[in-house]
Every structure is written in C-alpha cells, then in structure tokens.
Design a protein around this ligand. Structure first.
Ligand code: NAD
Ligand code: DAU
Length: 381
C-alpha cells in the first residue's frame, strides 16, 4: 500500500495493513464491523455505501481524519465504480453488507430489494471475479469474498422444530428473504462455476448501537421514551434468536480469517425470545433507567396491531459449525446486551434526533398509520 507519511515507522505500519472493501459500511452492522476491524489495527477499510435512509456516516464520525478509513458514496449496482475501486485499492477481501434490510419495507415496496440485494450482489460478484482472475501468488491465495446473509432464507420454524443448520433447505417467505436467498445462490454459483473464494454467513437478528429505529428493539425504545404505543404485530409470540452486534462482528472477523472457502456458517447467540418478552424486558429496563418518566410503567403502552403479512413464526440458529470448527463463541448475554443497548440510545439523543426526521416519520406513518389496532394498551388508549 502507498505510504502516506514520511517517517519510516508509518511506512512500515502501513505496509503491513491489508485493505478490505466493505459494502454498506455506514449501516447498522457494517459500521459496527468497520469500527471493530479498525480497533484491531491490522487493516485499512474502503467503505462503499450508497447512503440510503439506512446509511449514516455519523456512525463513523470517530474515524474522521484516520488514513486507514475511506468512505466512497456510491451504488454497488454501478459496475464501473466497483471495478475502479478494486483496481485502485487492491483489497485482500470484500465484505458485503450492502442491502435493503427491512422486511416491512420489502412488503410495501419490493423493487429496491431486488435491485440492491440481487442485482447489486451480481455486480459485485462479476467485478470480484475479474479482479480475482488477475491476482497471482500470495494475493490470490489470500483473497476472500464474504457475503453477509440472514437466517430468514431458511423460512420459518414451529416451536418444536430443531434450529436452522447449514443444511436446512432454503424456504424464504418475504420479498426481503427471497432477495437474500437469491443473492446467496448467486454467491454459491460463483464459487462452484468460477472458483471465486467466497464464504456465506447466515446470521440471526442483531441488536445494539446504531440500529435504525425501524427495527423492533430501537423502535420500541424510542416509542416508549416518547410515550407512544408499542406496536406488537399479531399475538407477539413470534420468536427471534437475538445476537449482540459486536458478537456478529467478531464472528465475521473469525470467518474472514479462518473460514473455509465455499462454506456457509450460521451465526447466532442462542437467545430465543418472543417479541412480547423482548418488549416487556425493554419496558422494565426503561422503568429502571428513566424512573422519573411519566410513562412508567412503560408496559402499559403495549398495543396489539394488525400482523405483518406472511409473518415468520420462529427463527432459531444452530451455530455449532462456527463454534466447533472455527472456535467462535458469543460473549454478550441477552440481558447485558439489551441493557447496554438501551443505555446507548439514552446516551445518544443527538444520533436519534439525526435519524428520526422527515423521511423516518413518513415511514412510521405509512407502516403504522394503516395498521388496525387490535387491542390498545392501557396507557395508549
Ligand atoms: P442496514 O439497513 O442498517 O444497512 C444497509 C447499508 O447498506 C446502509 O448503509 C445503506 O446505505 C447501504 N446500501 C443500501 N443499498 C445500497 C447500494 N445499492 N449500494 C451501496 N450501499 C447500499 O442493514 P444491516 O441491518 O446493517 O444489515 C447489513 C447486512 O446484514 C444486510 O445484508 C442484511 O441482510 C444482513 N443481516 C442483517 C441482520 C440484522 O439483524 N440486521 C441479521 C442478519 C443479516
Ligand atoms: O433474522 C435476521 C433478520 O432480522 C435480518 O435479516 C433483517 O435484516 C432484520 O431486519 C431482522 O428481521 P425481522 O423481521 O426479524 O426484524 P424486525 O426488527 O423488523 O422484527 C422483529 C420481530 O418483531 C418480528 O417478529 C416482527 C416484530 N415487530 C417488528 C416491528 C418493527 C413487531 O411486533 N412490531 C414492530 O413494530
């Protein structure tokens, strides 16, 4: 890599750094990953992000002025841009997060999901294939394409079913899940047909800092703080398997370093909770952390609303392959992770203000305004 400083020490350090092209690094998981990787001090990162409503450069404001980090605003569907970035930065890996990621938005408007999640992944794979084809020696041996995917590709489980494992057949149910499943299949084909050294990870529901408040946990925190109804879809007994985002980042780092090419690895924290349990735990945490709020007890804000169409009942991840083969384990318990998350949203009101302006309010109106209230909470009536 090109030395940017005059001193021998800086040159030596920069020569040792490998470059990673991250896509979607200004989003929730991507920005946590960029920070996680740069904390280790052994790589530099080029972040290609379109900065959609979900992409927020403020997540990475702490990196301003750091030579190891470059933000490029652009679309993964732009083949010329992707090719030029590969030529310019010669990354050792591509870690692909960029996606449209919210199930409710995919139901309201699936087009963007097909465009970014399928076409965008195809564009990246093609560019990566051409770039990889020109690599030789150690650079060629080291190159990896890590595709960050979801457990939703496996469909839904009954309460009795065993957790999703890597051999579970794909059965995506939402437009979002179908688009991610399609992208996983493309990656598989590029491995088998063209020999691209790619790996796929399928992860369960993440939570933590920087999550956009359209998703369950941050949405409930912000609504509770504002004394707004806490909208539970259907009976609230759908189950998700929660993973603290920092644990997802450490899993991705592990897979990047030691995962086997052509394999898929499931990532999960072993924290199955019903949505109702999650929301009640959040309410109890807020009662404790904001005792003077006039909305205590927050649980009175719970309101049952019309269900999500095609709502998957249960997700659960069997992560034993990642744990036994690569030695990864999740570190954060759900209880401590949720407390840290609530504390982060309480301490970062500026960040919240920045993401909850006009376009966000429009989405809230669209998604919840038309949803019939089945049973309003005591305080929300
Ligand atoms: P997010 O919606 O918070 O962030 C997505 C990022 O991608 C944003 O920064 C956005 O600007 C960027 N982006 C969107 N379209 C783009 C395009 N065409 N070109 C370039 N950038 C674009 O998503 P997230 O929750 O951080 O999820 C990241 C990845 O992890 C996704 O691929 C998602 O499918 C996967 N995943 C998410 C979860 C979860 O619980 N959030 C769980 C498992 C897997
Ligand atoms: O499983 C991994 C997936 O987790 C990721 O691939 C997706 O990108 C991510 O968005 C997430 O999908 P979910 O649909 O599970 O997450 P969401 O936060 O939207 O919803 C979690 C559960 O809470 C789900 O059962 C729907 C329910 N829910 C959600 C919202 C926003 C409600 O009951 N009320 C709500 O207002």
């Amino acid at each position: 890599m090109k030395a940017r400083h005059g001193t021998g020490v800086a040159v030596e350090r920069e020569l040792r750094l490998k470059t990673i092209l991250v896509t979607g690094g200004a989003g929730f998981i991507g920005s946590n990953f960029v920070l996680h990787m740069l904390e280790q001090g052994d790589c530099s990162i080029v972040n290609l992000d379109k900065l959609t409503y979900a992409g927020n450069p403020a997540n990475l404001a702490s990196l301003e002025g750091r030579p190891e980090y470059t933000l490029v605003r652009g679309d993964i569907c732009d083949a010329a841009l992707v090719a030029s970035l590969l030529e310019q930065y010669r990354p050792e890996a591509i870690v692909h997060f960029a996606a449209e990621s919210h199930v409710d938005r995919s139901i309201a408007g699936p087009e963007a999901f097909l465009k970014t999640n399928i076409d965008g992944t195809f564009t990246l794979l093609q560019a990566a294939r051409i770039y990889f084809g020109k690599l030789t020696g150690a650079e060629r041996d080291a190159f990896r394409f890590l595709h960050v995917s979801t457990d939703e590709v496996y469909g839904t489980l009954t309460p009795e079913d065993p957790a999703f494992h890597e051999e579970t057949p794909y059965a995506p149910n939402s437009p979002y899940a179908a688009s991610k499943a399609a992208s996983d299949h493309l990656v598989r084909a590029w491995v088998h047909t063209y020999g691209l050294p790619a790996i796929v990870t399928n992860c369960s529901n993440n939570y933590g800092r920087f999550q956009f408040p359209e998703k369950l946990i941050p949405l409930m925190i912000l609504h509770a703080l504002a004394g707004k109804p806490l909208p539970i879809y259907g009976d609230g007994l759908q189950v998700r398997d929660w993973l603290y985002v920092e644990d997802h980042c450490s899993a991705l780092r592990t897979v990047l370093a030691t995962g086997r090419v052509g394999e898929t690895y499931n990532v999960g924290g072993g924290n199955q909770r019903s949505n109702l349990e999650v929301v009640k735990t959040l309410c109890a945490l807020l009662d404790e952390l904001v005792p003077d709020s006039k909305f205590v007890p927050h649980v009175r804000l719970i309101t049952y609303v019309q269900d999500r169409p095609g709502h998957d009942r249960r997700y659960a991840i069997d992560a034993r392959k990642l744990e036994t083969e690569l030695g990864w384990t999740a570190k954060e318990s759900f209880e401590t992770g949720l407390r840290r998350t609530v504390e982060w949203y309480l301490a970062n009101r500026d960040w919240v203000e920045g993401v909850t302006s006009g376009a966000y309010q429009q989405w809230i109106g669209q998604n919840y305004g038309s949803r019939a209230v089945v049973e309003a909470g005591e305080a929300a009536r």
